[in-house]
Write a protein that binds this ligand. Structure first.
Ligand code: NAP
Length: 317
């Protein structure tokens, strides 16, 4: 009986492996628009797809980022400046994409742009702090998608939304996890709606990787700013030693953060080029072996693990 079961599982994986290896044809004629290409995953994906021969339309936040990317890529890659928090900027980028893709439509839209600060315990933050992250990571994704969707539908293409494993388990305060849970919810409803029109939607859920978003200097500075703006009552509850203790504990985790960004961009590439893309891609060993399994555990166990591994406020009961 166990032998039959093992054979069935083996057969399932073999079929899945074969199915996932099928690649769509005419990739060199396909246009892919990627947001947040100045650095990190977006930048690497733009270069990777350019090398594969796809027509990359790379959106950068700054002209400097765009210039640097153009220097490293072929003439086929083109750049545009896009701030995903600004409606006018999205409208201008959409018009630019429309002119480039013409009747072919847009094969791929990769919503990658994102920020991670301010992140701190919820009570230290203001509504504006939450809005700052939600504006880029969630409302930016929604507005860019709504704006480009007619072009993606025309190509019966793909929407690839960069979420995070923190969209499956919320382990710290502030707008980041909230925004990524939102990206998951948006992508789920979008996938069901767009399946009627031949458009596929995939979510990328990376673990922790060393990029600008996880830069410890920037994070520490923002964490201290949040502490400075906290009320005297909250400061008394947490105590002066909380900030250095928290930052030290984070610093000890840093060596474990992956530097291999292609673990993420390979998933993005698969979502764009495979005939049968996955709905969710879990990228990085920490996501696969730790955070994702943790997200399926009973809440009391996850709460205990989080409680046990993070510094305690001075006046914790
Ligand atoms: N690194 C990780 O551990 C990790 C884990 C899970 C998920 N992610 C997600 O992966 C995505 C890419 O992040 P990354 O790690 O590659 O970090 P990154 O290097 O900081 O890339 C983020 C990109 O977004 C751009 N950006 C920021 N605000 C923008 C705005 N208002 N409009 C348009 N572009 C904007 C940034 O431009 P500038 O460089 O000019 O600021 C940058 O190019 C994000 O959605 C992030 O949440 C990252």
């Amino acid at each position: 009986m166990w032998l039959y079961l093992a054979a069935l599982v083996g057969l399932y994986h073999l079929l899945r492996w074969y199915r996932e290896r099928q690649v769509v044809s005419h990739l060199r004629d396909k246009y892919v628009f990627i947001t947040g290409c100045d650095s990190g995953f977006g930048n690497l994906l733009a270069r990777q797809l350019d090398l594969q021969g796809l027509r990359v339309l790379a959106a950068c936040l700054t002209e400097k980022g765009a210039q640097q990317l153009r220097k490293q890529t072929s003439d086929r890659l083109e750049t545009v400046i896009l701030d995903v928090t600004k409606t006018e900027s999205i409208a201008a980028a959409t018009q630019w994409v429309k002119e480039h893709v013409g009747d072919r439509g847009l094969w791929g839209l990769v919503n990658n742009a994102g920020i991670s600060i301010p992140t701190a315990p919820n009570e230290w933050l203001t509504k504006q702090d939450f809005m700052k992250i939600l504006d880029v990571n969630l409302l930016g994704v929604i507005e860019v998608t709504l704006s480009l969707l007619p072009l993606v539908r025309k190509a019966r293409g793909r929407v690839v939304n960069v979420s995070s494993v923190m969209g499956r388990i919320s382990l710290f305060g502030g707008g980041y996890c909230v925004s990524k849970y939102g990206v998951e919810a948006f992508s789920d409803s979008l996938r069901r709606e767009l399946s009627h029109f031949g458009v596929k939607v995939a979510m990328i859920e990376p673990g922790v990787f060393s990029t600008n978003i996880t830069n410890m200097e920037v994070f520490s500075q923002s964490f201290r700013t949040a502490w400075d703006q906290a009320s005297p009552e909250v400061k008394e509850l947490y105590g002066e030693t909380f900030v250095p203790t928290f930052l030290e504990s984070l610093e000890t985790l840093k060596p474990r953060w992956s530097k291999n960004l292609s673990l993420v961009t390979n998933c993005m590439e698969h979502a764009l080029t495979a005939c049968h893309p996955r709905t969710r891609y879990s990228c990085g060993w920490d996501a696969k072996l730790f955070y994702l399994p943790m997200s399926y555990m009973p809440t009391f166990l996850v709460d205990f693990m989080a409680y046990w591994s993070s510094p305690r406020p001075a006046q914790a009961l």
